[in-house]
Design a protein around this ligand. Structure first.
Ligand code: HEC
Ligand SMILES: [Cu+2]
Length: 408
């Protein structure tokens, strides 16, 4: 059994580490940090947290102190006989005390009422829809990634939400298969992403930079790998991004390797993934139109680098064991067998491996194999994906930009 003091310290450590635990993978981004508000709404929540915290601390001091005082005053000391009824050191015995009872009921009611007022005021502020909302974005949670659809713009960007600095963006959050929860702690709260329902959330980033978010509702094997980035750009840059994303049409590749990549993409990937000007894909799979500009892939868990030699453990890039040998995960590994590097990924493998399906007619399990792409084809398609960039936007190189920003 832990002694009270030890368990108190243990609890404190557990709480503090929970606040710091969620370190992002790949890229020196901001951590999810409940005590690092970066928007007015999170500032309001933080103030409320402090008010409630201070009240709770006072209650702890008063009740804990009273208990300690009583124990010290009335405990039986070494050599003393246990207190007996009627003995000289027995505390005064009484039944019923109006003042004490009123105080014991009145004080907690007062504390809760005060907290209630603070909470209602904060909620009213947070839920107020500002008049200057610049963009509405439909946010869809899928197993195990996020889709962002810019209403009225014809722009879809998966796993990375680009917003302007200082201006409110309205998010319409929904789940498309199971229940997810959208949360970007530093910018403002969470919303459950429920199938068949839309929950609204307004976010405003006060400073430029990359903010880290993730799914907060257990949704399956890769729930913990269902991350996303919010990229806040100065307004002019955001407008530029949006207009380029709107106008984007994939160029026809001239380089032979890219042309091969395009063929592989059309034959194997285009049924699911959209690339503007190449394929419409399906809304239930990530849009790869601007993949070359993205900071991360696989729903924020891997850093998107053009050259695999840029990967490093020091930068937080993930390594896993392939055939017993540990090495850093590349985009080619992802394409070859995504479920090997992200458990439960619903993207088919392209390594010729086998899987089992139940035949609906016979009820028997049958073995099937995935398509096998050659290493050269996988490399070509990876290179092809990287070639789809919005000119002047390379969020891959925003890590430094962000670290600088953090120290302001
Ligand atoms: C049957 C549909 C399907 C096909 C075909 C498919 N994918 Fe995917 N792909 C998915 C799904 C589902 C995900 C999301 C997985 C996740 O993050 O959990 C995904 C994710 C990705 C991502 C990461 C996107 C991001 O921003 O996080 C890339 C890159 C990708 N696929 C490339 C390919 C390539 C290249 C091919 C063809 C060789 C291909 N996919 C074929 C379903 C498919
Ligand atoms: Cu989820």
């Amino acid at each position: 059994m832990l002694k009270p003091f030890q368990s108190f310290i243990f609890g404190l450590v557990a709480l503090t580490s929970a606040a710091y635990a969620q370190q992002p993978q790949g890229g020196a981004d901001r951590w999810i940090h409940i005590l690092d508000p970066q928007a007015q709404s999170t500032q309001n929540m933080q103030t409320l947290l402090w008010v409630a915290g201070i009240f709770s601390f006072l209650v702890l001091v008063v009740t804990g102190g009273a208990l300690w005082w009583v124990v010290q005053k009335f405990k039986t000391r070494p050599g003393e006989k246990p207190t007996k009824p009627g003995a000289a050191n027995e505390p005064a015995q009484f039944h019923g005390n109006n003042t004490l009872e009123v105080a014991l009921i009145g004080v907690p009611v007062l504390i809760v009422s005060v907290l209630c007022v603070f909470t209602a005021l904060a909620l009213a502020k947070i839920n107020q829809k500002p008049a200057n909302v610049v963009q509405t974005v439909q946010v869809n949670g899928w197993q195990f990634w996020w889709d962002f659809e810019y209403e009225g713009q014809g722009v879809r960007n998966s796993n990375e939400l680009v917003i302007p600095v200082g201006l409110p963006v309205e998010l319409k959050v929904s789940g498309k298969d199971v229940i997810h929860s959208f949360g970007v702690a530093n910018l403002g709260g969470r919303r459950d992403a429920l199938p068949g329902q839309t929950n609204k959330l307004i976010i405003t980033a006060e400073k430029a930079g990359i903010y880290y978010g993730q799914c907060f509702e257990l949704c399956g094997a890769s729930h913990a790998n269902m991350l996303f980035r919010v990229i806040a750009l100065p307004k002019a840059q955001y407008d530029d991004w949006l207009s380029k994303a709107k106008a984007y049409q994939a160029p026809k590749p001239t380089d032979p390797e890219l042309a091969r990549g395009a063929e592989v993409f059309l034959a194997n990937c285009a049924g699911c993934h959209a690339i503007k000007g190449v394929a419409n894909g399906a809304p239930s799979f990530p849009d790869l139109s601007y993949f070359g500009s993205h900071a991360t892939y696989a729903a924020g868990i891997f850093r998107n680098v053009e050259n695999n030699s840029e990967l490093s453990k020091e930068k937080g890039d993930r390594a896993i064991k392939f055939n017993g040998e540990e090495r850093l995960v590349t985009l080619e590994d992802w394409i070859r067998n995504s479920a090997q590097v992200k458990p439960g990924s619903l993207m088919p493998a392209f390594d010729g491996s086998t899987y089992k399906v139940k035949n609906a007619d016979t009820g028997k399990w049958e073995e099937k194999s995935y398509v096998k792409l050659s290493d050269a084809d996988i490399q070509a398609v990876a290179k092809y994906l990287h070639s789809h960039k919005l000119e002047g936007f390379d969020f891959k190189s925003m890590a430094e930009f962000n670290t600088e920003n953090k120290d302001q």
